[in-house]
Design a protein around this ligand. Structure first.
Ligand code: AMP
Ligand code: MG
Length: 355
């Protein structure tokens, strides 16, 4: 057990003297081989020196994360990229110029400087330049690339608030920088640019539509579209693990909105009669359709960004409420919807009921 400090930090990018002191203190911890959780625009990250294998090992231990699941190295300027990679392909250059700083991670061939302890033994390295001002300043002050997976226990929903980090990692890490709730709420888009045609490995706020508009042809890794079997060897080892899992058994219900609502009402009544605690994930537009169960709106269908922002907090809330079953409405697979559906599908273990 270590004592985990929690320091507030401005989320506006206007840092007070106190903020600057906290950022310097956090950077000292990272340079000294310690662990600092910090806000980014996607989710909270658990940061350590990406060039220090022992520091990376501490991340795996604190999260309970399998050590073949690679980490993303976070940088604060383009000059910090070149020493980490063997080649800077044209597609990677265009993506970096267009979307960095921002919520897209790029996979490159790694240079000799990046230890295998950071990349899960892979010859490639994942790199991202976050736009969150506190994240960017922390990385700059650290003077090293910062490996930072989501700051949750492995298998729990990613943290979108400092309180989520505290629930999972209190006593396991040195410091939590509390910059308030994050803006996006889903992990970064990941694009592999090591091959001729770039491959989308994880959907996020930089959407497939945006990638294709910039690059033309982009492939989608099959692991995004459905479950990967235990014997599969996915390109990103992390993809084989069941992420984002609530404790409840979750089912997505697909169909016309009236049929979905009526089926979910029936399922709630059945399970409640059996004595179970039942959660319903609906939207601002549909919440009046559900008279019974723990009914929670995930956001507005008219604003999918609100759905992304609330998704993980809602899954955690159902855990806290002791839900045994969760029934959820579905969303379109387009634009940000692809990232939302990817996370909901994983949380549900791809359990879908068509009505
Ligand atoms: P997170 O837990 O949000 O930090 O996401 C880390 C994920 O990034 C891993 O689980 C992989 O899916 C992906 N990733 C990181 N490094 C690589 C890499 N070198 N090649 C492919 N995917 C990677
Ligand atoms: Mg994660």
């Amino acid at each position: 057990m270590v004592k985990t400090e929690i320091w507030k930090i401005s989320d506006s990018g206007h840092f007070t003297q106190e903020d600057r002191k906290h950022l310097r203190g956090a950077a000292d911890i990272i340079r000294g081989g310690g662990l600092v959780a910090f806000p980014t625009e996607t989710v909270y990250g658990l940061g350590a020196n990406a060039l220090d294998e022992r520091a990376a090992a501490k991340i795996y231990e604190a999260k309970g994360r399998p050590s073949d699941n690679p980490l993303i190295a976070h940088i604060s300027s383009l000059e910090e990229l070149e020493p980490l990679i063997a080649r800077f392909p044209e597609a990677g250059r265009r993506l970096a110029e267009t979307f960095w700083p921002g919520p897209v991670t790029l996979i490159f061939e790694k240079s000799g400087r990046v230890p295998y302890g950071t990349t899960g033994g892979l010859k490639t390295v994942a790199v991202r330049m976050p736009s969150d001002p506190a994240a960017a300043e922390l990385i700059r002050l650290s003077g090293v690339p910062v490996a930072a997976p989501s700051a949750n226990l492995s298998g729990r929903p990613s943290p979108t608030r400092a309180e989520h980090v505290r629930q999972d990692l209190d006593g396991r890490i040195d410091l939590i920088l509390d910059g308030g709730p994050v803006g996006i709420g889903l992990e970064s888009t990941i694009v592999d640019v090591t091959e001729e045609i770039p491959v989308l490995l994880r959907p996020g706020a930089i959407t497939m539509e945006m990638l294709r508009e910039l690059l033309g042809e982009v492939r989608i890794d099959p692991a995004i579209l459905g479950p990967v079997g235990a014997d599969a060897r996915p390109r990103a080892p992390g993809m084989k693990y069941r992420h984002y899992a609530p404790r409840a058994e979750m089912t997505l219900v697909e169909g016309g909105s009236a049929a979905v609502a009526s089926r979910i009402r029936e399922l709630v009544d059945e399970r409640q009669k059996q004595g179970y605690t039942v959660g319903v994930i609906c939207t601002d537009e549909t919440k009046e359709s559900y008279p019974r169960g723990l009914v929670r709106s995930i956001g507005a269908r008219s604003d999918e960004r609100s759905v992304a922002r609330n998704l993980y907090a809602l899954l955690r809330e159902f855990d806290d409420l002791g839900a045994d079953y969760i029934y959820s409405e579905k969303f379109s697979d387009e634009r940000l919807g692809q990232a939302i559906m990817n996370r909901l599908n994983k949380a549900a273990g791809y359990r879908v009921l068509k009505v």
